[in-house]
Design a protein around this ligand. Structure first.
Ligand code: PCD
Length: 786
């Protein structure tokens, strides 16, 4: 495409990504690209057992291998008081196992050597004597009497219980259920899945003994939060720590937490006095870094006979693995799961969540969802389809009847969320028009006559993104406001400094576009600096689609501060009162005399010149701000999936996928569409292919991409996208987040479509992943395997 076909917009609009100039030339700079003089390499010895006592570890042969610089065990870390680290959920996690191992592939020892090959060879020379213990591989067994206690490191712990948490009004919900004409109940599993970005996790730590400065290059979505945690845990002065998050090859929530590898790279550098690199391989990434979901849900929905939904009730058993490593706001141990009433107008709702330890990798990360909203949306959208099944109602009609109406916004849900804005029926209607819903149903009926099974699945979702208001949420005591700094140089070129960090979302482009929209400086003239704590203001990082809602707002506001200063400078230049000036993108002019104007570039130069400014007005145009969001933003969407299912082989073909998204004002529609495409592919992966499975001994059965399947273009149709625009009333530019919308909304549409195709077999529900064998089993009326 030539430049004239896609000119740089002076603000919002489609625009090629500025960062792609380096990515498409292979000039990205990822953690594994970092080479420092004298750098050493670290590698982990990992546990073959899911649960075993460590009797002894002999590292002498490994230490004797030429090229090995250090062998670190849990015992070494104990002497430094670093054997355990806090998780983002106020639990503790073993950095290296000391007493026992609690999941397969847990970190047991760390070798630092001249190169990666020597480090790996040395691992083979470490002798560990394990005493295997009985394993809890199934969450449902975790609380059984006599179950082996996984966290006996915690004083007085006699079971595997982590927390109980409830939301909503249980009493009122029970009352509505008792009065309701129709009640549908079902066990619904959201299986354990893994974010699996292209780039695995890694770090390079460089401790300078002379200056006392510690620099950590790492694959982190939250550089500032990590720096504070390192300071608190290691007792290092925070201003002497620099966390750099260079180019990141995908995050999807898996790079929010702190992994033992980051800590060991730091310890390795302190011990050896040299920079140390640690970079996982794919197997380590899949088995030991944070997983997502693993929610065992028991859902109940109550309605009238003619399909007015009255109440929802859910009981969840949440498998958190061996350490509670969930990264989410402190107040909410089940994240934002209590948004599970979705997009509907209900009288009452309540949920109870119980978290348990099992002998599996720790986690529970918000993989492409704002803290458990994916589980919540999947649950309600499945329950609605099951209700439609029982009432013999069309699922689109049932949804239309119960969706919140535009005049109900701002709307407070029965569990206390305040949705900011929306026109839900409009979005569903658009999706139905795009797919030609009635025609499609007719085609389905006709095909069934011929023994062909096609399915149409709908899902409607509401997400709450942009965590979050300081009064409502924090992570480890850190409030979730974001800083932003904007410098405008004398020649009118600008530099924006942000606390959030892109992992592929295109922030270098979209945040420049926000400044361009506010100041009329071309995005090409605006540099976005992020991912380096020495260069950027404090803020909590990129996840939960919070960058646009929080840092995007901060950017608009800091640009407006610059504009306010520019007005004063322009008034001095034009010798009129500031009130007599009018702003038109890129310039101030005298009201009624548009020829009397000064461009933002001229103003920038004047702001740095000898021009006399009014008393008390500082020169220059630079500004800073800290933005504390008043509420989350609530994007939503209507998705329709069309599948063809062969019940004889269980093969599912996704034929069409219509996605209507509303994320308020779109900064860069091209980037938004890319975000949606990615999330839709994610949804197909989870619905049809993915499962982190374990055998009863806790052995990982999905430890490579041969077993844990990622969706490719072969499984994806050509996406058909639509949009509605309902601005967020409280966001300075009316934008809502969108990065995770499609991952949240799509799995239910795919599953609903497959089950719609299987309806003639009397199948009301089957759990993900709907692999060919599971689809075949469901059609045969057999229990499916998860
Ligand atoms: N946008 C626009 N407009 C609107 C919105 C938005 O334009 N309205 C755009 C922006 O600016 C950016 C994007 O789009 O660029 C996105 O955004 P958001 O929504 O705000 O988000 P963020 O924060 O930025 O990001 C985050 C997300 C998440 S969260 C996830 S998962 C995922 C997503 O993002 N990840 C990723 N997407 C993506 N992509 C890529 N490529 N890669 C990655 O990794 Mo989590 O919590 O972490 O789980």
């Amino acid at each position: 495409m030539t430049v004239t076909e896609n000119p740089t917009p002076m603000g919002f609009g489609r625009m090629h990504r500025k960062e792609d100039a380096r990515f498409v030339r292979g000039r990205g700079n990822y953690v594994d690209d970092i080479q420092l003089p004298g750098m050493l390499h670290g590698s982990f010895l990992r546990s073959p057992y899911a649960h075993a006592k460590i009797v002894s570890i002999d590292t002498s042969a490994a230490e004797a291998l030429p090229g090995v610089k250090a062998v670190i065990t849990g015992k070494t870390l104990e002497t430094l008081n670093l054997a355990w680290m806090p998780t983002l959920s106020y639990d503790t996690q073993a950095v290296l196992a000391t007493d026992k191992v609690r999941f397969q592939n847990q970190e047991v020892a760390f070798v630092v050597a001249e190169n990666h090959y020597i480090a790996r060879d040395a691992l083979e020379l470490i002798e560990v004597d394990y005493e295997p213990l009985p394993v809890v591989a199934d969450a449902k067994q975790a609380l059984a009497p006599g179950a082996p206690v996984i966290r006996d490191d915690k004083e007085g712990k006699t079971d595997n219980h982590i927390f109980d948490w409830s939301a909503g009004d249980a009493e009122k919900t029970a009352q509505v259920f008792a009065e309701s004409e129709v009640v549908v109940t079902e066990d619904v599993l959201y299986p354990r899945v893994h974010p699996s970005p292209l780039e695995t996790c890694g770090a390079v730590a460089d401790f300078d003994k002379v200056t006392g400065k510690l620099t950590i290059y790492s694959t982190t979505q939250a550089p500032h939060a990590h720096r504070t945690v390192y300071a608190l845990v290691a007792g290092l002065p925070e201003h002497k720590i620099r966390v750099v998050s260079p180019d990141i090859g995908g995050g999807f929530g898996g790079k929010v937490g702190i992994y033992p590898g980051y800590v060991l790279a730091i310890v390795g550098s302190i011990v050896t006095g040299k920079p140390v690199k640690w970079m996982e391989d794919r197997n380590e990434h899949l088995t030991a870094t944070a997983f997502a979901r693993d929610y065992h849900m028991h859902g109940e929905i109550a309605a009238t006979k003619d399909g007015k939904i009255r109440a929802l009730r859910v009981k969840v058993l949440a498998d958190h693995g061996a350490f509670n490593g969930t990264a989410q706001p402190t107040k909410f141990p089940a994240g934002f799961f209590h948004i599970f009433t979705g997009s509907y107008d209900l009288e009452a709702a309540s949920c109870d969540v119980t978290g348990v330890y099992t002998n599996k990798a720790p986690g529970g990360v918000a993989y492409a969802c704002s803290f458990r909203i994916t589980e919540a949306v999947y649950l309600v959208e499945r329950m609605i389809d099951m209700l439609a099944f029982e009432l013999k109602m069309d699922p689109a009609e049932l949804r239309m009847k119960n969706l919140l109406k535009p005049e109900q916004f701002p709307y407070t849900t029965p569990t206390g969320w305040e949705y900011d804005s929306g026109d839900y029926p409009k979005a569903l209607k658009l999706a139905m028009d795009m797919v030609e819903y009635d025609k499609l149903r007719a085609e389905q009926a006709e095909k069934l006559q011929r023994g062909e099974y096609m399915g149409i699945g709908i899902s409607f979702f509401t997400e709450g993104v942009g965590a979050g208001p300081r009064k409502h949420m924090d992570i480890l005591g850190l409030g979730m406001a974001d800083g932003a700094e904007l410098r405008v140089h004398p020649t009118g070129k600008a530099v924006l400094r942000l606390s959030v960090q892109t992992q592929g979302q295109g922030h270098e482009t979209t945040f420049a576009q926000i400044v361009a929209e506010e100041l009329g400086i071309s995005p090409d003239d605006i540099e976005v600096v992020h991912g380096d704590t020495d260069q950027t203001p404090f803020g909590l990082g990129t996840y939960g689609s919070r960058s646009t809602p929080v840092s995007g707002a901060a950017t608009a506001i800091v640009a407006r501060k610059v504009r306010d200063r520019a007005r004063i400078v322009a008034s001095a230049m034009l010798e009129v009162s500031p009130d007599d000036l009018e702003w038109e993108k890129g310039k101030f002019f005298v009201k009624g005399d548009p020829d009397q104007a000064r461009t933002i570039q001229e103003i920038a130069m004047a702001a740095h010149s000898s021009l006399e400014l009014p008393e008390g007005v500082e020169g220059h145009l630079d500004a800073t701000t800290v933005y504390n969001p008043p509420n989350l933003t609530y994007p939503f969407g209507a998705y329709i999936c069309v599948v063809d299912v062969d019940p004889a082989t269980g093969q599912v073909k996704v034929r069409r996928f219509i996605a209507v998204d509303d994320c308020g004002v779109r900064i860069n529609p091209m980037i938004v569409e890319g975000q949606v495409h990615g999330g839709l592919a994610d949804g197909i992966g989870m619905a049809l292919m993915q499962l982190m499975a374990f055998d009863e001994d806790g052995n990982h059965l999905g430890a490579s991409l041969m077993d844990y399947l990622l969706p490719t273009s072969l499984e994806c149709p050509s996406w058909e996208l639509g949009e509605t625009v309902t601005p967020s009333p409280h966001h300075p530019i009316g934008a809502k987040g969108v990065g995770e919308s499609a991952t949240v909304g799509s799995p239910a549409a795919v599953v609903n479509a497959v089950l719609d195709a299987l309806k003639p077999f009397g199948v009301r529900h089957a759990d993900m992943p709907l692999t060919p064998s599971n689809v075949w089993r469901a059609a045969q009326g057999r229990p499916i395997r998860t």
